[in-house]
Each structure stands twice: as C-alpha cells, then as structure tokens.
Write a protein that binds this ligand. Sequence first.
Ligand SMILES: Nc1ncnc2c1ncn2[C@@H]1O[C@H](COP(=O)(O)OP(=O)(O)O)[C@@H](O)[C@H]1O
Ligand SMILES: [Mg+2]
Length: 360
Amino acid sequence: MNINAQATLPDEQKEQLKSIIGENYTIGAQLGRTGGHTIAYELTDKRSKEKKVLLCSHGQKTIQEKIQYKEQQEKSSKCRDFCAKGYNSADGCFLPETESYADGLYRITSYGGRELTEDLFSHLSKPEQQSIVRQFAGWLNFVHQKSFAEKDMLKSIFTKYEVGEVQQSDMWGDFTEKTQKIPFAQKVTETFAPYMSAIQQKQIQDLIASYQQRDKKDEICVLTHGDLRDANILYNSEKKQVSIIDFERSSVTSVYRDFCTYCRSGLAPEMIAQVVSAYNQLPKQQHAVHIDPKKVQTFLLIAYLHELTRCTQPESSKHNWNMFKKYYQQVNVAFNHLSLDNAHSAKKCIDTGRKTYSNE
Ligand SMILES: Nc1ncnc2c1ncn2[C@@H]1O[C@H](COP(=O)(O)OP(=O)(O)O)[C@@H](O)[C@H]1O
Ligand SMILES: [Mg+2]
C-alpha cells in the first residue's frame, strides 16, 4: 500500500488501513515528521477512548526490503527492551507496542507526545525543562552503566543480529578521510573563507585541531541509542513524561555518541548542556562514566560544521556560515553558562564567552 506523507489520510487510504487493523480504531492525522522508514498516525481506541499511535512502514517495496525491515525491527526491539529498564529509574515513559499487523509492517503503540524540538523545549517552564533533563539524563546514565556492566548480554543481542561493535574511529573518526577528498580543515576554509574574518578562521582551525587532537581515553564503548535527535525524543506535556523511540541505530560504540549525532540534532543546546551536567551528578556505580562537557561542546560544533560543508552548493555558503555563527553562539552560551556554576572555571568561561562571534 502506498501511504503518502500528508497531514490527513484520504478516505480511501483510511479504508485500506481499516481492513488491516480492524474497526476498533479511528484514524486521525499524521504525527510528527515522516521518519526514514515509518509514518505515524494518531489513533483513538473506540473502546477505551485511549489515544494511540499507528506506525506504518513505508518504502519497503521488494520482499528483500521487507525482510530486512523486519529483522531491523527485531533487533531494535531487543535494544528497546533492554533500554526500557532504564525508565524505572528515570520517571520517563516506556512505549510498549501492543499490536502488530502484516508481519510488523503496521504496529500499534502508546502515544508518546510531541517531538522535543528546540522550539518546544524553549517554550516550556523552567521546572518542566528541569524535569525533562532529569528524566533524559537518568535514562541515559542507566542504559550506559548497565550496558557496560552487562557486556555479555549485549554481545548476544549483537551477535544474533550480526551487528558488531562499532569502532570509535568509525563514529568520531576524522570526518574528512572518509567522506571528503580533501582534509576537513581545508574544506571548511575553502567553503567559508569569503565570509570569515581572520580571527574567525583562527577560531575554526583551533576548534578542528582540538577535535582531532583530543584525548580519546574516556570514549568508552557502551550500548548507545545512536540516533538521539528531536524526532526520536517525545515529550508528553500532559503526563510530563519523556519517551525515547526508534532504536534502529543502536550499537555498541563511544558513550559520546548519545550526546551528539553526526549532524545537527534539532535538540536545544541548552538542554544537551544541562543533560551532561545532570548525568555527571548522578551517583556513580563501579564503572563511572564522566562526560566531558567541553568535548560535547566541540562535537556539537564539528558535527554541524561537517553537515554544512558536506554537500553544500556554493550559493548557500553565506547562509550556512550565518547559520553556523548563530549555532556557535548558542552552543557556547549554553555550555559556558553551565560551567559558570563551577567557581574555578567561572572566570575562564566569562573570558571565552566574550570571544564568541558577533553577528556582524
Ligand atoms: N509513540 C509515538 N507517539 C507519537 N509520535 C510518534 C510515536 N512513534 C513515532 N512517532 C512519530 O513518528 C516519527 C517516525 O517514527 P520512528 O519510530 O522514529 O520511525 P523511523 O525509524 O522511520 O524514524 C517520529 O519521529 C515521531 O514524530
Ligand atoms: Mg525516527
């Protein structure tokens, strides 16, 4: 069946869906954005009046693609089950899938809320923001620590689904070597040179150097969700609960992966900064994982710089540079504000805070 990504489904497609999931539900509007593999529609259970969600796979046309999709779903459901345990300690909400149709191509799940975009986060009250940060950090910390302690159990999941451990270098390797023919620093300079001042050029080169020459000792491997973008973090403002979805990219890799994705994640930098801080303050068990906020700050900037220079058209460079300048400011304010709580680093942060780009 071809399901178009649109706000409301035409009657004809609703009828087709009804023939698959039965008459017990009223199908509503599309929820959130269309994911890489899934489109979600609001459902109301006619019997209990409960709000639910119908997940429809899309894009799997051949039998081979359908089999792959099913295997992927099985793997992610194992990871999801493992990660679900973290909700007990984090006050967040786990979304169980209740029904599955047509070999998993259609699934019914609980309603998780809206995508936690920068915009949504910034419009919430301080206590609500703090509660989100607590839930998110608590859940992440649980999953990372627990998976570190239960490595063997994890191995069995990954062996079964033939997903090996991802090497750190794959994750945070020099972006340049793999995806671009010329070194990253050179690519960035070439792309943005006409718009950068000499000071800005120096700052960017320093940023890239600090990324490439960083100490990787603390980048230990744990089970990571691997795709923590706004589209995969839901917030239910009635229940005040966070739910994490979409475990398709789960893998055993650097713990930092869950604080920064390959490109701009759509999450508010101030939220990420607060999550790092809350995560580090949680009671540590035997294998404590301390997240270096400076590193996360660098990763966020490098990932966005990478995204903006990867397949950019020359005519969009100026716009991209302006976007980067704004983000740079936002990230630095978020992380420097965080370290202002630290008396010994306060002065340093105020100094560096002044060095951020002006909107010239
Ligand atoms: N339980 C849910 N409650 C509310 N919205 C959801 C739910 N599950 C998925 N969505 C919406 O559907 C989108 C795609 O679902 P997702 O599971 O992330 O699929 P994909 O693997 O295609 O990214 C999500 O980004 C979100 O907007
Ligand atoms: Mg998704």
